[in-house]
Design a protein around this ligand. Sequence first.
Ligand SMILES: [Fe+2]
Length: 626
Amino acid sequence: MKAALRSAALLAAALCPAATLLRSPYLQSVGADRATILWVTREPVEAVVEYSSDGKLWQRAPATARSFTTKGSGETRYQHQADLRGLQPGTLYHYRVVAGDALLRDGLRFRTASSGPFSFLVLGDSGTGSPAQAQVARRMLAEESASLVLHVGDLCQDDGSLDRLEAHYFNVYAPLMSRVPFFPALGNHDYGTDLAAPYLFVHVLPAPGVPESDRGRYYSFDWGDAHFISLDSNLLIHPAITARMLDWLESDLARTRAFWKIAFFHHPPYPSGHHLNDPISARVREQILPVLERHGVQVVFSGHEHSYQRSKPLRHGAVVEPGRGTVYFITGGGGADLHALGVRPELAVAEQVHHYLRVDVEGWRMSIAAIAADGRVVDRVAITPAPELAPGGVVNAGSFTPRLAPGSLISIFGHHLAMTDRPAPGFPLPTELDGLSVTLNGHPAPLLFVSPTQINAQAPYGMDGAGVLRVRTPNGSAEAAVTLAPAAPAILRLPRGASPAPAILRHPSGVLVSPDSPAAPGETLMVYLTGLGAVAGSLSAGHPAPGPLVARHGVEVRLGQLALTPAFAGLAPGFVGLYRVDVTLPLTLTPGVYELRVVAAGAASEPVSVWVSALPLAEEQDSGEP
Ligand SMILES: [Fe+2]
């Protein structure tokens, strides 16, 4: 009954609106748990978004409003913003906008981000409301399954004013924008009014990590297995702001663990025609591309030239084989008058055509199709990034040096290694995880953990000398030359506060030795490390040590100038590739901080600090008694 009354009230309100909707509701910054919805009314009404995942139970998100004055008519208008939080990932939400007693818009829907395959659209340089722009927009609207849209800048061709944005951006894309979020980049025309103030006013873009003064100009976000980065290439003429943006870019790319890294910005690094000698494009090549390529960005979308262009895969400006490097797209065919094309050696495909891109991200493969306004497929290409190992990227997991030993833990750093973070499900360790495998001279290396940028594995037993480590994924393989020594001891580190501490525990309490908990003379310490090599008995790689298996090579502990013989040195029971050395501190040891090294088969670990206290008074007295 209550619901019926509510519906009747809404219907009545809809027939007699108390507010005039001037800009339709549109989505911004949709993520796995959030969405922002904006719209514009003529009247300063209180408004709310009602939303529901099942069409029955409705929640309300009140909106805040900001007024603005149009340049043309001089009228005051009100931009409303409702922030929806605590949403469920991968969920379809229905929503409607209510202002006072009036139902401003009903029957809208959007879907939150989630893991798994997804699709997105890309367009740029939308123009000034041409029939071609409308045709591209209609065709994009028909792409029901796309999750989001990237706009690579020049949202409209003229002065970037609010009036132009209303006429040539919101009015054209409104039905699509109510359904999927647009994530834009700033073009040169968007700067035409008050340094892009209208653009910044109408968008609510992700802010984390971006300096407050630059918010909205560049940003990043995640969707599925992809990390998206929007840059403001216009800023490259301002050295101070460029330095801030590049600092942010460097740390943003270093932090992401996504397999797919996609960057978009307006000025193309490799223009061929209308903007061939654009000085900003040269700066993009010099300042932005080295950062993107160093971090394994696979795809870059730009606009500015009104055409479609796809580069060959490139690295440092040179053509590389498919599956390597970065592919650069120019997708400036959203509706503005088309530009003539030129010729560049980097170009793979180019066409003077109004179009948009449809991108399907599906696990290890990204498929990109350029679709003309009339529906013709202009180009289609698959991006399948092969694994790449960082220079010197195969290291001992304890020391992060190239010193490796059989049976020990190794870390492998690079790009495009695995699709997602995934630890081994259990023992024995698998030799393949999510399609990824590692071999050393053809012998499988058991895997502890895989991720897009790091693999932790165990070196097989029974190997010595020079070898080849190969990482294989469904997209290809990469190899690195390695050398295995009989032993390569490296003491592990454990998290402790802001900085990790050497994995040296006091026996039998298991308390970490630290300045706050120093070891005492006469106490036995358990040093956890990797790299002691072969052990007595037979144990297959990937299997946990069934008991304390003793290392085959002689092991010594050096504490300052002292050489100590450990009570035990070998594999720690229940672990893979993890060794333990038990050593008892002499009763005569004076208090202080000592350097501790473990030496095996002539190889010494890096030194770590051990804090030693004075002998407890009671023990001193006890030790003096007969
Ligand atoms: Fe442009």
